[in-house]
Design a protein around this ligand. Structure first.
Ligand code: BDP
Length: 331
């Protein structure tokens, strides 16, 4: 730094200190800890890693992101808790487990809520998406800032026993679901036995036969190598749940407004970047899982599945009705 610049900076810092704030340039370096259940290279992980590089470039290295992939900091439940405490700053989580805390989020967890990817994207990109994200940010005890949405495709059932083509095929199968009663009810309504547990416990549960399988999108099934324990992947398409990038409210409140704006803007860009990565990753995952021996089948009569989950809608959709109507009207 040239002497004149240094002097100017010192003067500015002194002035700002008197005013009670520090100029952004004089702020200390900060490494934002980020985490995801998925490994490096997974679309959500890659999008956050790229966001970190952009943030570092934009702040001359003052702000950066350190990624802890592959559940290195625990499962999704632990990730959320650590973000709430400020022990980590950024967590990429599913909307799934947030439903019980932020009721409006459960609207995205309803089986067969979205018609297709385009419908889902239009909703999360538009005013409804912004509104639901704000419900999370404004929630008095969630202690999280909702930064952006991400794509997560469609969830399909997989198991070790047989392909699922009809509801009857699900009878007696123990299927792992995410930790939210809505999902256990969904699997039970479909005729299987829903078992709630963390993603971090799933491999062990499949290995020991505690469950016969689970349900997820192709990239999760592939990158977790779940085909090794449950080779029948059946396109039930019962859930389409977006993901969210959250920021610890505790750390957020310590950031300068300009830094908050920068992070918020870059997260919005990451949302669009992840989308491209998502579709590439999904196609790639399908190829890889087939090559690894997965047996994939289509479900011809989806209607049967849609009708079976009616009790789930009756139980959970009531208070969300106005929101559901608005989502269904998006086209
Ligand atoms: C994956 C989501 C991840 C969830 C996981 C699960 O990306 O956030 O933890 O499903 O089933 O698709 O728990």
């Amino acid at each position: 730094m040239k002497r004149r610049e240094f002097m100017a900076l010192t003067a500015a810092a002194a002035a700002a200190t008197t005013a009670g704030t520090l100029p952004a340039m004089a702020q200390a370096k900060m490494v934002l800890k980020a985490t995801d259940v998925h490994p490096l290279g997974y679309p959500t992980v890659e999008a956050v890693v790229r966001m970190g590089k952009k943030l570092e470039a934009a702040t001359n290295g003052r702000l950066s992101i350190q990624m802890f992939p592959s559940m290195q900091l625990g499962g999704e439940k632990e990730m959320i808790e650590q973000a709430q405490l400020g022990a980590l700053q950024i967590a990429r989580i599913s909307v799934g487990p947030m439903g019980p805390l932020v009721p409006e989020m459960n609207v995205f967890n309803l089986p067969f809520m979205f018609r297709d990817n385009a419908h889902m994207e239009k909703v999360i990109d538009g005013p409804i998406g912004a509104e639901i994200m704000k419900k999370l940010t404004d929630h008095p005890t969630a202690n999280l800032i909702g930064l952006c949405w991400m794509n997560a495709g469609t969830r399909n059932v997989y198991n070790a026993k047989k392909p699922i083509s009809t509801l009857a095929d699900l009878k007696g199968l123990k299927i792992r679901m995410m930790g939210n009663p809505l999902f256990v009810d969904t699997m039970n309504a479909l005729g299987g036995n829903g078992v709630a547990m963390g993603f971090d416990q799933l491999i062990n549960a499949m290995q020991t036969g505690v469950v016969d399988g689970a349900e997820n999108n192709e990239p999760s099934y592939d990158s977790g190598q779940h085909y090794r324990y449950a080779k029948y992947y059946s396109k039930t398409g019962h859930l389409m749940i977006p993901e969210i990038l959250v920021f610890s409210k505790k750390t957020w409140n310590e950031l300068q407004p300009a830094d908050r704006d920068l992070i918020a803007r870059m997260a919005k860009e990451a949302q669009q970047e992840q989308r491209k990565l998502w579709y590439e990753g999904e196609a790639e995952a399908l190829k890889k899982m087939l090559a690894a021996g997965a047996v994939v089948n289509e479900v011809a009569n989806k209607k049967e599945f849609q009708e079976a989950v009616k009790p789930v809608w009756d139980k959970y959709a009531g208070a969300l009705k106005p929101l559901i109507d608005r989502i269904q009207a998006v086209n």
